[in-house]
Design a protein around this ligand. Sequence first.
Ligand code: PDD
Length: 305
Amino acid sequence: MNTSAGQPAQALVHVNGQLLPRAEATISVFDRGFLFADSVYEVIPVYQGAAFRLREHLARLDRSLGELAIPNPHSNNEWSELIRELAEANGGGDLSVYLQVTRGAPEWREHWRDAPTQCTVVAFTGGLHPQPASLAEHGVRTILRDDPRWRRCDIKATALLPNVLARREAAAADAFEAIFVRDGYVTEGAAANVFIVSDGLVSTPPLDNSLLPGVTRDAVLDFLRQTGHECVQRPVSRDALLEADEVWLTSSTREILPVTWIDDHPIGAGRPGPVWADAQPGFSNWVREQTGWLPLTDPAQMDRP
Ligand code: PDD
């Protein structure tokens, strides 16, 4: 039996060094991740038992932890081993690994207290979302909303309430994703980065504190450059978005998704465009060719990023 999240009911969950059946995988109600969203997370795709861009995901995790001044509890090799074991224990194949580190569980709730606590580490597997055949025909619908989030969206924090509410609004409008706009410029989706294609040129907003440095975003830029597509990182205005020939969403669990509608506005001809149709299959294969595990071959880079 599968849960709605695609996770088998008998799944094993990692909690602070132990692999436990999901019903026994529990943490304290005083955990600061639960009380304050005082925590960060990663979602790492694993294809046929090997992770994609693990080093980049672990570097982003280390940076997110650093921004919250939570000491990284593991070296890269320890993380690699933890993720590999978890993926194997849950059947291997194609899946995603979610991992979260919180500032831990003190004895009572207090916004800040200097006494250090042991951080909490939780990890479990989930599904990847293979692209349905209908995607090439219909693409996905989105909504456009003002970005209500804080100014540190570069941190992969678990404080995702605005993202959750935007997804709720999208679902109510029969759409898949919400695209955020701040001061007239696109930041990102509720759980994806945004690309546009205009006159053959692929653009994505430059990295700053208003968006997550997506690992897939980076991989797509690398892939496009390697395959001779012209692409740039530059601000994307609301008008440029709506007038684009193509709009894409990228994330670790969905690769490149073509957007065909933004609210009541069709993108291009209201069908996925030719640049997406050309890039996505190649990208999908390329991603699967570049998987692996730490330890890295370069011993100088074997520990923390
Ligand atoms: N989210 N922007 C936001 C706000 C995201 O939540 C995500 C991914 C991305 C894409 O990042 P990446 O390419 O590294 O997956 C951009 C994950 C998948 C999630 O929250 O489940």
